[in-house]
Design a binder for this molecule. Structure first.
Ligand code: AMP
Ligand code: MG
Length: 490
């Protein structure tokens, strides 16, 4: 059978990107998967999208989510973008192994992209095979869903299929496709692609599209493009503060992996930190630790500066004035990030009121965690036990800090029970622990056993709810384990 798609069902796709942004993509088709099988369907998300999960099960789901069956109202395209990768500019990137099927307006009225990742070569594949291996697909599935359950804006995983063919990395691996759902796949790098070519008209066209789609309220502003920058910087400040609050390390914060919508995207070498150390990074390709935990706010600001550069000709006819205005906003990012960070940590410490001493209280907690190298997630989670006198173990260096914090809690004038509940709903007990993620991926990819993946997915989908029997899932890797490394998985 040739590559021509046969007509699939109607999904209610709308394809505004394809319709309104000609020149920003290439119409394309997925490569045919020889023997697709549905591994997992996200039933909750399917319903959110107004899709019928029963129609998407088994064979039909496998055909749809591998790209073999194209919905009749889809308009598959590969999007073009550029980006700074580890500080160096690549003028020509794009969906090298992904295909945007189209957009669905979900039950809440939000327009969401439906994208296949791993569906074969496109005009933007460069030397790559356009494919994805099962391990990285399930990894993205797990981490995206964990992030969502932790309340972090993120792209979602709708489905995972195996393709029935091998992909060749260091060794042959089962091939797979992830169906990813995003508010959009527009990146800082999408703006950079046109800005680098001096195509101001297209940068403006893209900016106008983004304002309509993501930030409609700013269209009435007198300086809409400056307002767009502010809105994106604000969304990123809030996002990065949330990452910092859960010990998340993205690992590859290139400008092509930073969304304009403010969702976390592209879960490659990302991981959660165990022992707290701001210098932590896991990615095997991030040799300098450019994207270490503690560097993330500065890198976000650096990436936003690249975004600001693309908007200069739009912000003011007078280039100097434009630069001045944008520079001011880039500086403001730091302040708004700190505001979001403190808000986040206050919440994690059970505080609702604001007190001028809170910043010091928060930074001291981080400093002690660092000195002791305690587990980041459990250091916060166990605070609830201090309230209920469950006598959790905190090293003696917390001996001064804990009474200070309790004295601060007294100022909340709130019952202990309520404080405890605040703490338990702000601090997760289950995160995707690195060794558990590896276990799940290994079983799936090497032993055809999906059970550990399904178990882990279920656990991290309820991250705040402590349940008996799951003790092993709340603990970091046993001491003496080899240092954790992640690989890009492309
Ligand atoms: P990433 O590191 O996943 O953000 O991808 C960076 C760039 O490499 C993007 O343009 C991707 O489309 C491209 N890319 C990554 N993996 C592959 C692959 N297996 N085949 C083709 N292109 C790829
Ligand atoms: Mg990417």
């Amino acid at each position: 059978m040739d590559n021509a798609p046969f007509e699939g069902p109607r999904f209610g796709f709308e394809n505004t990107y394809a319709a309104e942004l000609e020149g920003f993509y290439t119409p394309w088709q997925a490569e045919r998967a020889p023997n697709p099988a549905l591994l997992h369907l996200n039933i909750g998300l399917a319903s959110e999208l107004g899709l019928n999960p029963e129609e998407l099960g088994s064979e039909r789901g496998a055909a749809l989510f591998s790209g073999n069956l194209v919905p009749i109202d889809a308009s598959p395209i590969a999007q073009v973008y550029a980006g700074h990768q580890f500080g160096g500019f690549s003028p020509q990137l794009g969906d090298g192994r992904a295909l945007l099927l189209g957009e669905i307006v979900d039950r809440r009225g939000i327009r969401r992209d439906i994208q296949l990742k791993g569906s074969g070569r496109t005009p933007y594949s460069r030397g790559g095979d356009g494919k994805a291996a099962l391990g990285p697909v399930l990894r993205e599935y797990l981490i995206a869903e964990a992030m969502n359950s932790l309340g972090i804006p993120t792209t979602r995983a709708l489905a995972a299929v195996t393709t029935g063919e091998l992909v060749y990395r260091e060794r042959p691996l089962p091939g797979a496709v992830l169906t990813r759902v995003a508010k959009s796949h527009i990146r800082v790098g999408t703006f950079q692609f046109f800005a680098a070519r001096g195509d101001t008209d297209r940068v403006r066209q893209l900016a106008n599209y983004v304002i309509r789609r993501h930030y409609p309220t700013i269209s009435a502003e007198t300086e809409p493009y400056l307002a767009l920058f502010k809105a994106v910087a604000n969304a990123q400040a809030s996002l990065i503060a949330k990452w910092m609050g859960i010990g998340f390390i993205h690992g590859v914060m290139n400008t092509d992996n930073m969304t304009i919508s403010g969702e976390t995207i592209d879960y490659g070498p990302c991981a959660f930190m165990d022992a707290f150390d701001p210098n932590t990074f896991f990615s095997s390709i991030d040799t300098g630790g450019r994207y270490a935990y503690g560097a993330q706010p500065s890198i976000a600001q650096w990436n936003l500066t690249r975004f600001a550069e693309t908007l200069i000709p739009l912000v003011d006819e007078d280039q100097d004035k434009a630069i001045q205005k944008l520079t001011q906003e880039v500086k403001t990012f730091r302040i708004s990030y700190m505001r979001y960070w403190l808000e986040e940590i206050r919440r994690k410490l059970g505080l609702v009121k604001e007190n001028s001493s809170d910043l010091e209280l928060a930074t001291d907690f981080f400093q002690i965690m660092r000195d002791e190298g305690v587990d980041f997630t459990l250091a916060f989670r166990n605070l609830a036990k201090v309230i209920i006198d469950d006598n959790p173990f905190y090293p003696s260096s917390f001996a001064n800090w804990l009474p200070r914090w309790r004295a601060r809690l007294d100022e909340e004038n709130t019952k202990a029970e309520e404080i405890k509940n605040r703490l338990l709903s702000a601090n997760a007990i289950y995160i995707p622990r690195n060794h558990k993620v590896e276990e799940a991926l290994n079983s799936a990819a090497n032993e055809h056993d999906l059970a550990p993946f399904l178990t882990l997915l279920e656990i991290i989908s309820h991250p705040y709810e402590e349940r008996p029997g799951l003790e092993a899932f709340s603990q970091p890797a046993p001491s003496g384990s080899a240092p954790y490394k992640t690989f890009c998985g492309t």
